[in-house]
Design a protein around this ligand. Structure first.
Ligand SMILES: Nc1ncnc2c1ncn2[C@@H]1O[C@H](COP(=O)(O)OP(=O)(O)OP(=O)(O)O)[C@@H](O)[C@H]1O
Length: 317
């Protein structure tokens, strides 16, 4: 139909107008959906057809690819950025977003998110709907904002990074075959009984705090996922990180800690201390497990976390 109109106008001497229409038609955004088939523990084979059905083809030329191994999403996002993809969508959880967003940040492209993970911490913070059709329609609207990103010993993160129990649990969870929320909760209960708190020296913008802690989490956004809030007042636009120190506690108080986090009351609880800052240096007792957006890594005794204000372009509601 559009072709017929352009043809008609062209021969009626509206040539400049036709060139503008054609330019507009060509200037569709190349968009790549990088889909993690294992995140969230649900099958994703039909996801490309579903996206294709609801994506606005007047605006986008879509491509789809499934990841095949850990780190693959990052490689694909890197290649796509060099091949003229303007928008790269991470279809998965926080780990997939981390890999894709790290490359999107590097190449100054635009990140889209389809929350298909177990926890979806960043997506929940950004109010990106879990309903896939609604999340696609949000991409169709193409509202873009800049948010803060951060580094944890030079490794980018966008939601949370940390050490202590969180990191221990990520390491155990990643080697477990069961994904999804229920698997995570079961493992958490099993592991919490044996975990020993560590001593951390935490320097926040030049002020030193020595603390024994169950976990130390550096938060860019507010939650682990599934509406479990560790830093309820965190913002991805304030140029600050929230250093959240979970104090050692008797296991009898585990339900209280869970309640506090589920209700978003960490800031008023005596079980959690939160200090905001930009430049954080942590020295811990031993090298070992950390997590970066929920993905387990090994790091040394010294860890530096820095914020990179308003550095990442993301499609938001
Ligand atoms: N084909 C694959 N096989 C195995 N692992 C993969 C594959 N593709 C990606 N991965 C890895 O899967 C891991 C988990 O991904 P992701 O974080 O997106 O899901 P999740 O853990 O279920 O969700 P969330 O982080 O929101 O809780 C990441 O470490 C990623 O690198």
């Amino acid at each position: 139909m559009i072709a017929k109109i352009v043809y008609f106008l062209y021969f009626k001497n509206y040539r400049l107008f036709c060139t503008l229409i054609l330019f507009n038609l060509q200037s569709k955004n190349n968009i790549l959906f990088i889909i993690n088939p294992i995140s969230g523990g649900k099958g994703k084979l039909r996801i490309p057809d579903f996206i294709d059905k609801y994506l606005d083809k007047e605006k986008f030329s879509p491509n789809f690819i499934f990841t095949e191994y850990i780190g693959h999403a990052g490689e694909l996002a890197d290649e796509a950025s060099l091949k003229n993809f303007d928008i790269i969508v991470a279809a998965g959880g926080d780990g997939t977003i981390n890999e894709v967003a790290t490359k999107v940040l590097k190449h100054n492209k635009i990140l889209g998110i389809l929350p298909l993970g177990s926890g979806n911490g960043l997506a929940r913070f950004l109010n990106i709907p879990k309903n896939l059709r609604q999340a696609i329609s949000l991409i169709n609207n193409l509202k873009i904002e800049k948010i803060d990103s951060a580094t944890f010993n030079n490794k980018s993160f966008f939601n949370l990074a940390g050490m202590g129990f969180d990191a221990h649990l990520s390491a155990v969870f990643s080697s477990d075959k069961k994904r999804g929320l229920s698997g995570y909760v079961k493992l958490g209960f099993k592991e919490v009984f044996n975990y020993q708190p560590q001593v951390y020296t935490i320097n926040i913008d030049g002020v030193e705090h020595k603390r024994k802690a169950f976990a130390v989490t550096i938060a860019n956004s507010s939650q682990y996922g599934n509406d479990v809030f560790i830093a309820p007042s965190a913002s991805v636009k304030d140029g600050l990180l929230d250093v959240c120190i979970i104090k050692p506690f008797s296991l009898l108080k585990l339900p209280v800690l869970s309640y506090v986090m589920l209700k978003g009351r960490a800031e008023t609880s005596d079980m959690i201390e939160i200090i905001k800052g930009k430049n954080i240096k942590i020295t811990r007792q031993e090298a070992g497990a950390v997590h970066v957006d929920g993905e387990p890594l090994q790091m040394g005794v010294e860890i530096e976390a820095l914020v990179n204000p308003l550095s990442l372009q993301v499609i938001v509601p």
